[in-house]
Design a protein around this ligand. Structure first.
Ligand code: C2O
Ligand code: CU
Ligand code: CU
Length: 471
């Protein structure tokens, strides 16, 4: 796949997109219990997390009666092993790259020093190793993830299977009494031979979508929940490009956390928009209602007025099976304090646009394609910035900033400004086509920080830029 000449690639794409076999024809098992995520082993002493990740091709039996499917995986696991550490821990992760391409590990959302953040400027070449070192600051407890970020190869390495979750826990956690489920949502696109399909021309425009939207690597798994039971779910949208409008009809759902951890107080919700790269924590309370589907659904969502919906009907991601009755645990009213960021020292405008007429520069930020050697903005440690992310695009693009968490201040809806109804720490926010999102942040550490569209095909195509944070 990797060594194929460009022309054949293009020719193959058309055939591939026209003939993506239907999900049901491939025989992928479904309806099995939710797969548990494997854990990365900690070899450190107390107060440390010391581990090792190796990126390598691996063949896993996926489709009964078909040859094994080749993935690229961390430590042979799909999804990659979950890293679980505590606030205050010193993290030390040795990374060995045994792929045929340069790679990096980016610690998505985590406040790590710029030179430890797996930027495309610091590739780990094939056959090489490096160690990532950072400390987990107080107050950083949240659901993060890690994935490759090499120049031009991020989408491919991610869809081949390289991604895992990183959960930072706090000893002072108001929801520690609730049982947890961790749900990693990812997209799998297979060809007729059960191998991971290459990106089609359409994928490179609209973002890659497969036949299967998996949860922890399983197709439409079953999650057990008792009537009245409260569970804390951490959900990662680890797909390349899907903007997911999630819903759990029948059950009660409270949003309790976003990318950067808990919000101030639980908020009852009907649905949850989770764009690529984004995470949420919810508390689900089992309410099995006759006549209502007991399932985790992705509702139809229009990502831009000119775009066809992601799907016409609701998509079932997982079903929820009633497992008895349980007493309802308390859901505290106060989760944590979030201090609003004050008046900005600096305001900037970031324009997302598309130029379909230029295949070499289709996805742009402030009219430019990403350049590894160009600093787009210069900032300062400790300085509050306010950015308006303005979409002049025909489709939605999820904005992501490295190095820190931001607070959304306001957004336009059909061009009319709406103040954000609650405070939350985020590192990804969807920018709907034609709309603007205003956010504030402060960077705590110096160095180069990437910001980009988290549709990985767009990021690779150049919808990325750099903020140089001076000390
Ligand atoms: Cu999740 Cu710059 O990446
Ligand atoms: Cu990131
Ligand atoms: Cu995009």
């Amino acid at each position: 796949m990797a060594g194929m000449p460009a022309m054949d690639h293009a020719a193959m794409d058309h055939g591939a997109s026209a003939s993506m076999p239907a999900a049901d024809s491939l025989g992928l098992p479904r309806g099995l219990p939710l797969p548990a995520l494997s854990r990365l082993q900690n070899h450190g002493r107390a107060g440390q997390f010391v581990g090792r990740l190796q990126a390598a091709p691996v063949s896993l039996p996926l489709l009964p009666g078909k040859p094994a499917t080749t993935f690229w995986a961390y430590n042979g696991q799909i999804p990659g092993p979950a890293i679980v550490a505590w606030e205050g821990d010193e993290v030390n992760i040795a990374f060995a790259n045994t792929l045929q391409q340069p790679s990096t590990i980016h610690w998505h959302g985590m406040p790590v020093p710029a030179e430890q953040d797996g930027n495309p400027h610091a590739p780990v070449l094939p056959g090489q190793q490096r160690t990532y070192r950072f400390e987990l600051a107080a107050g950083s407890a949240a659901s993060y993830w890690y994935h490759p970020h090499p120049h031009g190869h991020t989408a491919q390495q991610a869809y081949m299977g390289l991604a895992g979750v990183f959960v930072v826990k706090s000893h002072d956690d108001p929801l520690a009494h609730l049982p947890e489920q961790w749900l990693v949502l990812s997209d799998l696109k297979l060809d007729a031979h059960g191998q991971i399909a290459d990106n089609s021309a359409a994928d490179r425009h609209d973002g890659r979508e497969g036949q299967f939207l998996l949860v922890n690597g399983g197709w439409q798994p079953v999650i057990a929940l008792a009537e009245g039971e409260r569970q804390r779910w951490r959900i990662w949208n680890a797909s390349s490009a899907r903007i997911l409008k999630l819903a759990l009809p029948a059950h009660e759902v409270d949003l309790v956390g976003t990318d950067g951890g808990l919000i101030a107080t639980p908020r009852r919700i009907d649905s949850l928009l989770l764009s690529p790269g984004e995470r949420a924590e919810i508390v689900i309370t089992g309410r099995f209602t006759p006549g209502q589907p007991s399932a985790l659904l992705a509702l139809p969502y229009h990502r831009g007025k000119a775009m066809s919906p992601e799907q016409d009907d609701s998509l079932t991601l997982a079903t929820i099976r009633q497992a008895g009755n349980k007493a309802t645990a308390t859901l505290p009213d106060k989760l944590r304090d979030i201090t609003p960021l004050g008046a900005p020292a600096l305001k900037r405008v970031v324009n997302f646009s598309e130029n379909m007429a230029d295949p070499a520069a289709m996805f742009l930020i402030n009219g430019k394609k990403f350049d590894m050697n160009r600093v787009d903005f210069s900032g300062k440690v400790g300085q509050i910035e306010e950015w308006d992310i303005v979409s002049q695009a025909h489709m939605d693009h999820p904005f992501h900033l490295h190095g820190t968490q931001f607070q959304v201040q306001a957004r336009t809806e059909d061009g009319v400004w709406q103040t954000e109804p609650f405070l939350a720490w985020r590192d990804v926010v969807n920018i709907p086509a034609g709309e603007t999102v205003r956010l504030r942040f402060v960077q705590g550490m110096p160095g180069l920080r990437m910001f980009h569209c988290h549709i990985l095909e767009h990021e690779d195509a150049g919808m990325m830029a750099m903020l140089d944070v001076g000390s």
